[in-house]
Design a protein around this ligand. Structure first.
Ligand SMILES: O=C(O)CCC(=O)C(=O)O
Length: 256
């Protein structure tokens, strides 16, 4: 992670990491997505999502500890982190208003989500629940999808964000919807106010979200069952382990 990237994470609470996936990796992940999560007959647009996609075979399993992201995980979460949960978001433009509550701007260091936190001390950045969102399709400015209020991970006035801004009914200059290419990864801390803008693009949005927690904490009520995977490496097993503190090994190979 470069010093400029650290500056940006501290400044805005998210970061676009360019070209993490090669075009071949993107194609393979998209092909598997088509097979595993086919479009239902009645579907006419809107948001589709399914969890536990890291169990969709080797290419999805490999994203658990993608080598290009490990330096970011170490720098932003410390040596002991775990994959807490994962899912995908697929979106097609819909004529109907999206009433999906989860899509509204949410997050922030709020009491009802105590694992949403961002901390800086003595040159070290640490985060609670942390997201790496792999983009399997491009997103232009104005397409919608992932959006956020840059810098809000350090805000003290979450409750002052107007309801209409949270629901995207009222545009606000301080809400950003970053453009990305297929293969990019968006890192964001859940301490950042963020959400999903209605999709306006002509093509389908495809994102894969892998969410990591510090080794001692969990957002999800359930943990991964290692028996449901095939051929996990020892490193992946450590990253998939349930939360703990005492004698917890470091997540990465060669990190002690
Ligand atoms: O990528 C998105 O659309 C935002 C996802 C989101 O809101 C979340 O991860 O909590």
């Amino acid at each position: 992670m470069t010093s400029e990237e650290k500056f940006l994470v501290d400044l805005q609470g998210y970061l676009i990491i360019k070209n993490v996936l090669t075009p071949d990796e993107v194609s393979t992940l998209n092909e598997i997505m088509d097979e595993r999560f086919p479009v239902p007959d009645e579907y006419s647009g809107g948001r589709r999502s399914v969890s536990r996609i890291c169990q969709w075979g080797k290419p999805y399993q490999a994203l658990i500890d993608h080598p290009k992201l490990l330096p970011y995980l170490l720098e932003l979460m410390g040596p002991k982190f775990r994959l807490d949960h994962d899912y995908c978001i697929l979106m097609k433009r819909s004529e109907e208003k999206d009433t999906n509550y989860a899509g509204r701007l949410h997050g922030g260091e709020v009491d009802h989500s105590p694992d949403h936190w961002y901390k800086y001390r003595d040159g070290v950045i640490r985060n609670g629940l942390t997201v790496f969102s792999f983009c399997l399709s491009h997103v232009a400015e104005g397409d919608g999808g992932f959006s956020c209020i840059p810098g809000s991970h350090k805000s003290n006035f979450y409750d002052f964000i107007p309801r209409e801004v949270r629901t995207f009914d009222q545009p606000a200059h301080y809400v950003a919807q970053p453009a990305v290419e297929a293969g990019d990864v968006i890192f964001f801390t859940e301490a950042l106010v963020h959400g999903t803008m209605p999709w306006m693009g002509d093509h389908e949005r495809r994102s894969i979200l892998y969410k990591y927690s510090p080794g001692h904490s969990a957002w999800s009520q359930s943990y991964y069952d290692l028996d449901e995977f095939e051929g996990l490496t020892e490193q992946q097993k450590r990253i998939l382990a349930p939360p703990s503190v005492g004698r917890r090994p470091n997540s990465l190979e060669g990190e002690g």
